[in-house]
Design a protein around this ligand. Sequence first.
Ligand code: HEM
Length: 401
Amino acid sequence: MSKLPGNAGVPLLGDKSLDFYRDPVLFCREKMEKHGSRVFQSRLLNRPTAFVCSAWAMKELLCEKSNVFLKDPTDVMTNMYGDTIVTTNGKKKNNCMHGATHLASSNSAYKIGGPRCVYTAFKQLGTELVLGLFLNVHADKEPELFQKIAQLCTQHWHGLISAPVNVKVPLWSSGFSVASEARDQLMQIIKEKLENEAQGFVGSLRSLPLPGSSCASQHLLLFISALIPKALASLLTSFTVALSGNNVLLQSLTDADYLQGVLLEVQRLWPPFIGGRRIAERDTSLAGFHVPKGYGAIYISHAVHRDPRVFEQPDSFVPERWSARNAEHKHFLCTFGSGSRNCIGMKLTDFFLKEACVYLLKHYDWCLDPPSQNLDYKWLPVSRPANPPTVSFTRFGSGQN
Ligand code: HEM
């Protein structure tokens, strides 16, 4: 079997993590060109790693070989969220939580207004959604508690993206230590809610057969964390920007299939997360290349979604492709992962996104304001235009913004 194109370099000195995290899209584009392959190797987090930018290799990694390529239990997610299904290998908890998120989605009914700096406004909306849905904390009923939790979630998030160094000296503490304190306070609030609330998602968790006493609180921490509002804000921002001043707006409103195509195209071109990592638990292969035991493997959603063998004109926004040549190709998207470890919140997100987008389409016309803005994306930690875009919304009939 042939060796993976590229090389993984020597430990530490050959590590390419900085290059990758600085600009993952450019990093992969350059390597694909250099090696003439959408699957190649490099060194990431000081581990030889197979980079997967091909649609078929992504399916092989996440579906056919999901029992060979496993989650990394030492992932930074474990530091910040504890033992959750995100980093645990095994299926039991996953099934329980699937039921739980379904419960949440059936309860949700959401209204949205007309924001200007869209990413910030949608992030606030996403925070209201997760805190209302998962913790029964509503911004209008308990504004102080809501603000306090939202602020703690932001501090906790900064720990996810800062170095895991727990340093605290008088008048200064590292982002990671501030984040750990925020996590402890959030856990305290969550535990009180779990003990005292009988209604809603948090109340219904008691009746689920969860393994271990901290399982419910750790998963609640994950569900209310800033990660999900940021991912929702990323998709809604891409949606509003892609459609601003665009005549597909009306068609999206009247034709549900077309709106579905628009949303798939938004997910394809601007997936909120760059991808996910696994580790090979034994010698195996990917796309016909040998992958030794202990190698990492990372799928790059941005590149997978632009694999020209599946998606013609891969960089163009073409909603019609989803009812034509790509009608059967939804499974090549990995915005929410794929296979047995895909996202358990996918249905909830789909429901929420459609509600929010239809509401916007029904009530508003919108355009970039000012019309010319730099819309170049950054891809980490969550994708969005690097300069947050500003948009003007006009409510139909009222002439008001
Ligand atoms: C826009 C919204 C969202 C996006 C883009 C997203 C994306 C993803 C992706 C890409 C994965 C797979 C990661 C991998 O392969 O390593 C994943 C897994 C996961 N997601 Fe989401 N997600 C979203 C919303 C949610 C929501 C609303 C919840 C919960 C309420 C959630 C809970 C999870 C969990 C628990 C996993 C791990 C599943 C497992 O490992 O078995 N996500 N998500």
